[in-house]
Design a protein around this ligand. Structure first.
Ligand code: PLP
Length: 389
């Protein structure tokens, strides 16, 4: 088995796997982190891990070797950041309740508000915590992605403050020391360049009133064709022009291509076409396959009809639409076969559910240098039960 993350298991390790399971390659994770460190070293920017993409806290020590902190979007993520990772903690959420803010003030270094109204609600309380830097999320109303559910700049978006709302509330922004925008999704540095030009054009007049800016996530920095030198130039030019501290908070880029999801075939039969049922699930274990939607890579499989035997791969929940997709193979798929899905470390463990009582995939880590495979977490009935009452 050799694919995304250079995970190569020997026969004994392969036999010992309790599927479904994620295997995350810490060696590949470290490679990604080194690249992010390179960007920080070349620019002086700070890169924070956005938990919404990857929150594997058993890797906290490794992550913190290279990144100064984390970015949270809920009290639970903030607690994970403060207590498991340490370092700097940025918080942003589309809205905070009073209870959320009461927790965040104990945890955060930066709190970003989504609207002037939210800032107004909490600014008096925040005055008691002068060490916390407060920011406002702006919406540049500039779209870079075609996938509507991942476009914070689409029409009638609830995410961030548009220029119109910003200007209408400008007299209430005293105490706001930074701006935040998040506009990208799996994009290269040219998309950042275009977005930043719009941000400067619309909100640049306010840059002399702030000391920091957060460029959000969606920067696919660790993808092989990502133009890192362009990113370095963009940040350096921006910093020399405005003298602002620059933060980035990618999630996916940290864990990109670092892990796989291994599943076992439980049944095969024909109903107008060959079908296989796996011990994993699109809806429960890899929800982006249905949400994004996208077609995951499977080791040794091709597009339908490309290889001799085409199968529709379905999940183990009762949802009719729990279908991963149609794939072709050199040999017919058999009960007991292991299928390996690529690039499954991000937006899976953080999103998966116990729908239908389906067990969550176990979590292993692998080290390419020592070839060691370690079972970090095994899930079972209690994980299902504890979410219900
Ligand atoms: C505010 C914010 N920051 C950071 C991220 C992380 O984005 P990504 O994992 O695509 O890098 C997201 C993702 O939705 C986000 O909404």
């Amino acid at each position: 088995m050799e694919q995304f993350g250079k995970i190569k298991l020997n026969e004994k390790q392969l036999k010992s796997l309790k599927t479904p399971c994620y295997i995350v390659n810490e060696t590949k994770l470290e490679e990604n982190l080194r690249l992010l460190k390179y960007v920080q070293d070349k620019t002086g920017c700070k890169i924070l891990l956005a938990f919404k993409g990857f929150a594997m806290w058993s890797m906290a020590k490794l992550v913190r070797k290279y990144l100064p902190g984390t970015s949270a979007s809920s009290v639970s993520e903030a607690r994970l950041g403060r207590h498991e990772f340490g370092g700097m903690l940025h918080c942003y959420a589309p809205a905070y309740s009073q209870a959320d803010i009461d927790e965040h003030v104990k945890l955060a270094d930066h709190i970003v508000f989504n609207s002037p109204g939210q800032w107004n609600n909490f600014k008096e309380q925040l005055k008691k915590y002068p060490q916390i830097k407060c920011g406002l999320r702006i919406n540049p109303e500039h779209s870079e992605t075609d996938t509507a559910i991942y476009d914070p700049s689409g029409p009638n978006s609830r995410l961030g403050t548009t220029l119109k709302n910003f200007e209408a509330n400008i007299q209430n922004l005293e105490g706001i020391s930074g701006l935040h925008f998040h506009n990208l999704c799996e994009l290269n540095s040219d998309a950042l360049e275009r977005t930043l030009a719009v941000v400067e054009e619309k909100f640049g007049f306010y840059f002399n009133k702030i000391s920091w800016i957060n460029f959000g996530g969606g920067h696919h920095i660790t993808r092989p064709d990502y133009d890192i030198e362009k990113l370095v130039n963009i940040i350096n030019n921006f910093k020399s022009k405005y003298k602002l501290d620059v933060y980035l908070e990618p999630g996916e880029a940290i864990a990109l291509n670092t892990g796989v999801l291994v599943s076992t075939v439980l049944d095969v039969f024909n109903n107008g076409m060959d079908l296989a049922i796996l011990d994993t699930s699109a809806t429960a274990h890899m929800p982006d396959v249905l949400e994004m939607p996208y077609r995951p890579y499977i080791e040794n499989a091709g597009e339908p009809e490309k290889l001799a035997h085409t199968f529709r791969l379905g999940g183990v929940t009762c949802l009719a639409g729990d279908v991963i997709g149609d794939y072709s193979f050199n040999e017919p798929v058999k009960i007991g076969d292991k299928l390996v899905f690529g690039d499954m470390a991000h937006y899976t463990m953080v999103k998966n559910t116990t729908f239908n009582g389906v067990r969550l995939p176990n979590i292993y880590k692998f080290n390419s240098q020592t070839k060691e495979l370690t079972l970090i977490k095994e899930f079972g009935y209690n994980d299902y039960k504890s979410r219900l009452s």
